[in-house]
Ligand binder design. Sequence first.
Ligand SMILES: [Zn+2]
Length: 330
Amino acid sequence: MNDQQDKLDLARKFLRQEIVACTTCCSRCDGDFIWTGPHTEAEDLLLTFEFDNDVELSQEEQEAVFDGMVCPNCGAGIEPWGEVQYRSEYDKEVQRLAEDVFRPELVDELERFAQHLKTYPYLGAIDKDETGIKICEAIRTVRSTYECNGIYYRARLFDSSGRMYPTSQMGNPDPAHVEVPEGRYNHFGQSFLYLADNPTTALREISPHKDGICAIQKYQLKLISNILDFRTDYGEMNPDLGILPAALIYGGMISEKPNGTSSWKPEYFVPRFIADVARYWGYSGIIFTSVYQTGNNLVLFYPPVPGCEPIGDPYPFRLKENERHFFRGL
Ligand SMILES: [Zn+2]
């Protein structure tokens, strides 16, 4: 960093990158600022830049850096002595993750893995890039899990004579008596309990193109822990996931829709590989955002798990008119 102008430009870039709020845009309560993250005087933040880059700025250079500097959040002028909120380590992790998950090399690697599974559905752990092994380790080391509590919903269409099934037949089916089709997270004949956190989502998942009538059974979930959290939040990716799981989620690989008319559904191979890995590492299930963006789905691997009980009788459920209109185009 020889050139003085470069040094000043880098210092300005650093401040613009680090500052997330100032005294003008920060909320107040009874006259006190409500900072939602770490904060300090702007000139102290500049000292961090000098320390990190092993440079020293003269008084004139510091003034030059602040000349015309504005808050990236609200556009108000920033003075050296003014208090500013700066990016926390968590904020930086979120940003790094968002940059990492869309790296072209990673996107290509995951695409090769999906193709590998389409060719050899049972050989996920011996692909050339060793992506399967990396996914195994990444799922094992996810830093935080979800705990399910509260009411969840299970939907079934009416039977062939138009009647609702009783509660005893609203749970996951017994493969010894009923054909259990393959699903996003279960193999053919493998019976898991799929729930949703609202009735609309439960219905859409079983009947995305129909008129929207089904039977709903409520379930009370009590502290079912160790759920893999695959919910999506495009505003703030969860850094606890790690890069590979986040790339699989945000790259769309676990939410691809299969061709409805074909019995060959390779779109399910990656999510089912993940489900196998998750079960192997002892997770109870996976919670994930519905492709219809109306709520979350929950798949419980080994129902009936303790803490998951049906409550009341099934009841008929129909989408509201505005919901029917929204889904007609899908
Ligand atoms: Zn501001």
